[in-house]
Design a binder for this molecule. Structure first.
Ligand code: 13P
Ligand code: SF4
Length: 311
């Protein structure tokens, strides 16, 4: 019954998409039925590149608020819809603009590199944006002697400091989904599955990254799981990515690192606010729509464009 209903909703979404010249962009952390109906599924960088290059007049962003905001900044002339306006991000919320402005003032002569998981106001205060897939490249585009502030993710920033040998000043922010992944649980799974590879997103704590066989953005983790000959993978990131991993390699086993013994998943509560029904309604009613003041779009745009040029 549920599948029949979902199929009807999916058919209506396809019809409305055509009628309205709309495109659906979905992040890997979305529920499987949204990923399956999307025109494009990808990581944060790929999604912003797609938003920038699409000819569609309407972008339905199946992701969280900062992602839809980024699409609006890149395409101010388009209607950008987010199925649930409450789909925020704990990492973006961990960096309030007023406090961050003060932090920048306390660190003169520093350039500001901000991870894309931040609000438009933080982007406007930054020199350049990065994502987990291009952070090393963006940081390395600055001379070694350049002082740098990296915000808002202290885990990603710490990891980039380690691999580049830099000493960037880190804003003390983190993602509530990745930062709570425990080493004890990872070690327990490594003992239970001795022949499995541990793959981790760089938003995880340093101790988890030290245990990992491979570290990368969601797309990089997916590609690694396809190319690596291992048959089992312990996955330290959000559950949604397992959908594409299982689709691409049905013969392989993927074990998610859970943070709660009662749950067999590691879900981002914000990403999971979007449902197929909400996606249908947003396309039908063309709301909730992302609207931003023109000055904010103007100020936040150049650090994002700089990132896309450097990527
Ligand atoms: P990527 O899509 O860059 O891997 O980032 C993951 C994430 O946390 C998105 O919110
Ligand atoms: Fe934000 Fe973390 Fe959810 Fe990504 S997984 S949207 S960083 S809270």
């Amino acid at each position: 019954m549920k599948t029949f209903l979902n199929q009807n909703i999916a058919n209506e979404i396809i019809r409305l998409k055509k009628e309205k010249n709309a495109i659906i962009l979905a992040h890997y952390y979305q529920v499987p039925e949204i990923q399956d109906i999307a025109d494009f599924v990808g990581d944060s960088l790929q999604l912003s590149q797609n938003a920038k290059s699409t000819d569609a007049e309407v972008i339905v962003f199946a992701g969280v608020h900062f992602m839809a905001e980024t699409a609006k900044i890149l395409c101010p002339e388009k209607r950008v819809l987010l199925p649930d306006l409450e789909a925020g991000c704990s990492l973006a919320d961990s960096c309030p603009p007023e406090a961050f402005k003060k932090f920048i003032e306390e660190h003169p002569e520093h350039v500001v590199i901000s991870y894309i998981n931040c609000s438009a106001k933080i982007k406007a205060l930054s020199d350049v944006i990065c994502t987990s897939s291009n952070a090393v490249k963006i940081v390395e585009s600055f001379p070694r002697e350049q002082k740098i502030i990296f915000a808002p993710d202290k885990n990603l920033g710490g990891y980039i400091n380690q691999i580049t040998g830099r000493n960037m000043v880190l804003w003390n922010g983190s993602c509530e989904v990745h930062d709570v992944i425990k080493a004890e649980e990872v070690i327990r799974l490594k003992i239970q599955y001795p022949d499995a590879k541990l793959i981790a997103h760089p938003e995880c704590k340093n101790i988890i990254l030290q245990l990992a066989d491979y570290i990368g953005s969601t797309t990089a983790l997916l590609n690694y799981s396809i190319k690596d000959p291992s048959k089992k993978f312990i996955v330290a990131t959000e559950t949604g990515i397992l959908h594409q991993m299982r689709k691409s390699s049905p013969e392989k086993e993927f074990i998610i690192v859970t943070t709660d013994e009662k749950c067999s998943c590691n879900d981002c509560p914000y990403m999971k606010l979007n449902t197929l029904e909400k996606l249908y309604l947003s396309l039908k009613n063309e709301k909730p729509e992302i609207l931003l003041p023109a000055e904010l779009i103007e100020a936040a745009r150049s650090p994002i464009i700089k990132m896309l040029e450097l990527s």
